[in-house]
Design a binder for this molecule. Structure first.
Ligand code: GAP
Length: 502
């Protein structure tokens, strides 16, 4: 199965098992907007909780807020989003399709990288056990040629982006002979800037003064509450403010399922520190955040850092944590050293003083800030796509299983009476009613036990508890483990301790 087929299967599995539905499907959908179904909302809430606890409960100097989506329009002027939150777009005149110019170039680079990977695979076959990948990459003339191409494109691309040189970007697209994937032609328009914010009107009078924006990041809700939180919480620097909430961007290229959406959720934390210490905290949060991902039990090879060449208008250092999605390594989380840019700008635009008096050094200053910003929907996709497996069993049948991290699974247990008579449903209901107070539990009577196991595998339930005829006699049940499919007999009194230990 190639990666495209695998991705299609993941998307249809998400729909079939009630994780994610296209929004407004009854009306043929709405581009890049999605709804979470009954299993999806459980998984999503568990991810939120895992992040929230890790950031707030586990750090005594981080507190939370939940700010409004609508904010004063001046905020987006101050933050730079009105003037600089743009993507360079280009249209193909034949297909009438619109693309991001930077994405076309990045995709072109990815194709050259793919050629290097193919050379590696070929050489591996040729040299067998004696193959040394590092040496091959350093010495193969063909690979070196590809690497040189990538480096040259990268350098030009970065300087054009940094200089906002739109004509230069178009020239590079033409020079690289990039064609439209739909029409196959190189008949391109000029590159133009496109602001990604959604605008709407507040109140009943429609003039420019009441234009407000749907927030494109949750971070600004934190910055404008900095003084409130610092004062009311008597927070001492360094300290952080965390927030989970919706963000909206009018993405030009909206594809790859919940990877790039027009309405999505972010989990952001702004960590305020003394000026001059920001690089120390930047490195701390880089490591801390990667460890958070690894604690889910997903292998390290699936993640990598990617340092930014083009820094956002507010940053003096930035890195992404990239994840290997079915369509390749892509940004999952961004860590930015945002300097004192945001607080200083809000001080300037609001006319209110935003300063911190540091009693340790007897000085007042505008705090510097390190941000960790992760997309909730992207995290969902990372976890979900990594967990999706089609296994061929010993009897030749295939089973689809979601090996989700146990703490994130929509249901921790499913309680299943073997048959729908002889007092088994009553006993199973009793167990369910007892467990539901301490864990998200599921109960089901319908269908054969085999079919019910398969359904629980497909939604990632780690434990199935089966109540059979012996259960009513000896007060024991069978617990089936999702990943190994092994079954163990356990006394009803020991169900909780068994689950904690396995
Ligand atoms: N406050 C900084 C900020 O918003 P960003 O890199 O633009 O930085 C942070 O966004 C994270 O939000 C990304 O790493 C990604 O996980 C998520 N994200 C951004 N745009 C998204 C979109 N259109 N759909 C889904 N997630 C998105």
């Amino acid at each position: 199965m190639n990666t495209e087929e695998l991705f299609k299967k993941i998307v249809s599995h998400a729909k079939e098992y009630g994780f994610i539905f296209p929004s407004s499907e009854l009306y043929d959908g709405l581009g890049a907007v999605y709804d979470y179904g009954p299993n999806g909302v459980e998984l999503k809430n568990n991810i939120k909780q895992y992040w929230w606890r890790a950031m707030t409960q586990m750090h005594e100097n981080i507190v939370g807020v939940d700010s409004a989506i609508f904010m004063h329009p001046k905020i987006w002027k101050a933050s730079g989003h009105v003037d600089a939150f743009n993507d360079p777009l280009i249209d193909n005149k034949d297909s009438k399709k619109r693309y991001r110019a930077d994405v076309l170039i990045e995709d072109h680079i990815a194709k050259i990288e793919e050629k290097i990977n193919k050379e590696v695979v070929k050489a591996k076959k040729r040299f067998g056990d004696n193959f040394n990948e590092e040496q091959f990459l350093a010495t193969s003339e063909r690979v070196k040629g590809y690497q040189k191409q990538i480096e040259e494109i990268h350098q030009r691309f970065a300087s054009l982006m940094n200089a906002n040189d739109l004509a230069g970007l178009k020239a590079l697209i033409e020079e690289l002979e990039i064609v439209c994937p739909i029409s196959g032609t190189r008949n391109w328009t000029d590159v133009r800037q496109f602001n990604l914010m959604f605008a709407t009107k507040m109140g009943s009078v429609s003039d420019d003064s009441d234009t407000i924006y749907l927030r494109p990041e949750t971070a600004q809700g934190i910055f404008v509450n900095y003084l409130n939180v610092q004062k009311t919480g008597r927070m001492k620097i360094p300290f952080g403010i965390a927030q989970i909430g919706k963000a909206f961007r009018n993405e030009i290229v909206a594809r790859q399922f919940v990877f790039r959406m027009r309405e999505f959720e972010q989990m952001e934390m702004e960590f305020f520190c003394r000026p001059g210490t920001e690089m120390e905290w930047f490195n701390y949060w880089k490591e801390e955040r990667l460890n958070w991902h690894l604690a889910l039990g997903i292998p390290k090879e699936k993640y990598r850092y990617h340092d930014h060449e083009k820094l956002a208008h507010y940053a003096n250092a930035a890195t992404d944590i990239e994840f290997e999605f079915p369509f390749g390594f892509k940004e999952l989380e961004g860590i930015h050293s945002r300097t004192d840019f945001d607080l200083k700008r809000h001080q300037e635009f609001s006319g209110k003083k935003i300063q911190y008096f540091d009693s340790e050094i007897n000085e007042s200053y505008t705090p510097y800030c390190v941000e960790t910003s992760i997309g909730l929907d992207r995290t969902f996709l990372a976890v979900f796509s990594h967990a999706f497996k089609e296994e061929v069993l010993e009897d030749g049948q295939t089973r689809t299983v979601l090996n989700l991290p146990k703490q994130l699974a929509p249901y921790k247990v499913s309680v299943l009476p073997l048959v729908n008579k002889d007092g088994l449903p009553e006993m199973a209901k009793g167990i369910f009613n007892d467990l539901k107070f301490s864990m998200r539990s599921h109960y089901e009577e319908k269908d054969t036990i085999g079919k019910r196991y398969r359904r629980q595998d497909a939604i990632g339930t780690p434990y199935c508890i089966t109540v059979d005829n012996d259960s009513v006699k000896d007060n024991s049940v069978t617990i089936r483990l999702r990943d190994s499919m092994q079954q163990e007999r356990v006394s009803v009194d020991n169900i909780r301790s068994f689950i904690t230990q396995h």
